[in-house]
Every structure is written in C-alpha cells, then in structure tokens.
Design a protein around this ligand. Structure first.
Ligand code: HEC
Ligand code: HEC
Length: 334
C-alpha cells in the first residue's frame, strides 16, 4: 500500500479515535421539535424568519435560558438580562438599547454597525461582544441535551447559540399597549382628551414625530441627526460608513414602552420624558447634518405650550405595554 491509499484509512482511524461520548446523543434524547407559532396582530408587518432557523418551542426555550444564564459569559460575570431587564422593556441604564420588536429590524446598535438578520446580530453578541466560550456550555449537565432537542446535534457551537437566541428575540413582541386598544376604532376603548391631543401633535406636522417614529412599530428603522449637538457626534452612523454626511446620525429607537426605557438618547443625556420634550420643543441645535425633517430647527424647535407638552407625554404613556414587561414566558426560567 502506498501512502495515497493509506491516507483515507488513517484519516478514518483518526476520526474514529476522536469520537467521544460527548459527540453522540444519549439514548434517551429525542429530536422532535414542536413548531412555535409567532403571535402578533394583523396590523403588524409580517416578520421574516430565516428558512434555516425555523421557530420551535425547544429553540425559543433554549434561547430564553441562554439569555438569562451568566454561564454564557466567559467569566460568568453577567447574563444578557443583567443589562437588558424585562421590567424596563429589556433595557437598563445609560445607552443600553431595549429589546422590543427587534424581529422586524434589519440594522442593529445605535450606529447600525451590524446589519442583516437576527441571527447575524446574535452572532455578533455571542462571538464578539461576549466572546462566549462554548466549552463552558458543553461541560454543563443540561445544555448538550437542550441543544440536541432544539437542533438535532449534540455539538454546541456559536452558530446554534446565535440561532437559539434569535428565536427567543423574535418572541420579544410588544403589541398590547393601551395605544393598541384606545386608538383602534371598534375596540370599545377610547383615548382621554389629553391622549388624543398628544396623538394629534405626534402624528401631524405640529410635532412631526411620526416621520421618524411612525407606523405601528413606532420607528422608521432609519438613522437621523435629530439636532442634539452643535458639534454632531462622531460615534454615530459616520463611524460605520465613513461618510461625513452621517455625523451625528443614530438609529430612531422605537417609542413603544418609552416611559419605561429612560434615560434617553444614545448617551443617556436626558433622565425624563419631560426633558426630551423640552429638547424637541426649544432645545434643537443646528448643525450641517441635522435632518431636514427637523423643520423647526432654525426656530430652536416646535415650541409647544405647557399643556401641549403634557398632552404629548400622556400620549407617549399609552405606548406602555405591561403585558410585555410582566409576561412570564419572556422572564427568567431560573
Ligand atoms: C454590560 C451590559 C450589556 C450586556 C451584558 C448585554 N448588552 Fe446588549 N446592549 C448593551 C448596550 C450598551 C447596547 C447598545 C450598544 C450600541 O448600540 O453600541 C446594547 C445593544 C444590544 C442590541 C441592539 C438592539 C438594537 O436596537 O439595535 C442587541 C440585539 C443586544 N444588545 C443583545 C444582547 C445580547 C443577546 C446579550 C447577551 C449575549 C447582551 N445584549 C448583553 C448592553 C449590554
Ligand atoms: C428626524 C427624525 C426624528 C424626528 C422628527 C423625531 N425624532 Fe425622536 N429620535 C430620533 C433619533 C434619531 C433619536 C435617537 C437620537 C440619539 O440618541 O442620538 C430619537 C430619540 C427620541 C427619544 C429617546 C428614545 C430613547 O430610547 O432614548 C424620544 C423619547 C423621542 N425621540 C421622541 C420624539 C418625539 C416626541 C418627537 C416629536 C416631537 C420626535 N422624537 C421627533 C429621530 C427623530
């Protein structure tokens, strides 16, 4: 036998030698996942789900467990949920972005550094942000089985981890705020006079908010300089595109659950919604990249009266969805 014919045999022997117990599913493990049905109102756009990562009960449950488990972090210091807290619509302090309806998003992080699917952003979170060590999960007494039940493989990879997290993220749907009833004709619920006034300011040229925070998701998923600074930040969209026209542009966050997600803006500069509305009313700063939709910027803002400001805030409070922030299915499994 020459070396050419021997090589495949040697390779096979080496491979067989590598086959440890951990590579095989245990006899009592089963791979028979149950399809998970996403539930959201007809008024919402259709959520795209990656064909190679269908939603299953097993996948969603695994993703949820990983989200709350500090074991995912290489030092076990914190879990995703340490900074993304359910009662605050999955944000916490400072610049932490909330996790609300991200299944409809295509670009992620304040400057949109990651674009693509939910799987793409989860790979970034797992591999780059956490630099998660899969061997910690592999050594666990439970995880190999949970991965097998979700994906039919006992191997724990960052790809499967990202897929499981992506499945859980697609279930983080907030669609049951007071707004969804009070402003839906035929629901039997009605807005108060203040809420209706606030709605009118928000959705007309008076406040112009709807241009960037409009639609049923309350975001245009775009990037804008909303006039925070005379010297627009270099940390925003321009950091990603290298384009000086993008200085000071950040993603328009959804305003769903906005009363719960302070402090506000990419740097958390405003503690309260009152401060945010004062900013849009009389605190706008002109700069070369300010968005043309900030039409009253040359006047410093939209100049609301005290009553109009409190009406607008009353309207923003209708976007709070406590069924989302208290839903046990989205809470910690531990
Ligand atoms: C130490 C605090 C902290 C932890 C822990 C944390 N995050 Fe975040 N997360 C942030 C901050 C801060 C941002 C905003 C960063 C930015 O935009 O540059 C963010 C943003 C995000 C976003 C983007 C949201 C959007 O609207 O674009 C996603 C998705 C996300 N985190 C997922 C996760 C996942 C998954 C984990 C666990 C693997 C995790 N985070 C752990 C602080 C944290
Ligand atoms: C030209 C687009 C645009 C318009 C118009 C606009 N916004 Fe914004 N809004 C943004 C962007 C972009 C941010 C994030 C800016 C940042 O952090 O640098 C933001 C941030 C916010 C925040 C803080 C969100 C958070 O999670 O930190 C609130 C609240 C808000 N806007 C409310 C409003 C209201 C109310 C109006 C109308 C009076 C309005 N916006 C008009 C683009 C806009």
């Amino acid at each position: 036998m020459n070396i050419r014919t021997l090589l495949p045999v040697l390779l096979l022997l080496v491979l067989m030698g590598c086959t440890k117990d951990a590579d095989q599913p245990k006899d009592d493990w089963t791979y028979d996942p149950t399809p998970y049905l996403l539930d959201y109102p007809d008024a919402f756009p259709i959520m795209q789900v990656n064909a190679d990562n269908p939603m299953t009960e097993e996948g969603v449950n695994l993703g949820r467990r990983l989200y709350y488990d500090p074991l995912l972090h290489p030092t076990g210091q914190h879990a995703c949920a340490t900074c993304h807290i359910q009662e605050m619509a999955f944000t916490s302090s400072g610049s932490v972005l909330p996790h609300i309806n991200l299944g409809w998003n295509k670009s992620f992080l304040w400057n949109g550094k990651i674009t693509g699917t939910m799987e793409d952003i989860m790979r970034f979170e797992v591999e780059d942000f956490f630099q998660a060590d899969m061997s910690r999960l592999e050594a666990d007494s439970l995880y190999p089985r949970l991965y097998y039940e979700a994906f039919g493989s006992p191997h724990i990879t960052s790809t499967y981890t990202a897929k499981a997290l992506a499945q859980f993220f697609r279930t983080l749907i907030s669609s049951n705020a007071r707004y969804d009833e009070a402003f839906s004709p035929g629901s039997g619920e009605f807005p108060t006079e203040e809420e209706q006034n606030g709605y009118d300011i928000f959705f007309t040229e008076k406040g112009d908010c709807f241009h960037c925070h409009g639609g049923i998701l309350f975001t245009d998923n775009g990037f804008h300089n909303n006039g925070l600074d005379v010297d627009p930040s270099t940390e925003g969209r321009s950091l990603v595109t290298g384009n000086p026209n993008d200085l000071g542009k950040f993603k328009s966050p959804t305003l769903r659950n906005i009363a719960l997600t302070g402090p506000y803006m990419h740097d958390g500069r405003y503690e309260t919604l009152e401060e945010v509305i004062d900013f849009y009313s009389e605190g706008l700063k002109l700069s070369p990249t300010i968005d043309p939709l900030m039409k009253q910027a040359h006047l410093g803002g939209i100049h609301l009266t005290t009553k109009e400001k409190s009406d607008l805030i009353a309207f923003l409070h209708t976007l709070t969805d406590t069924t989302f922030t208290t839903n046990p299915a989205l809470g910690s499994p531990f």
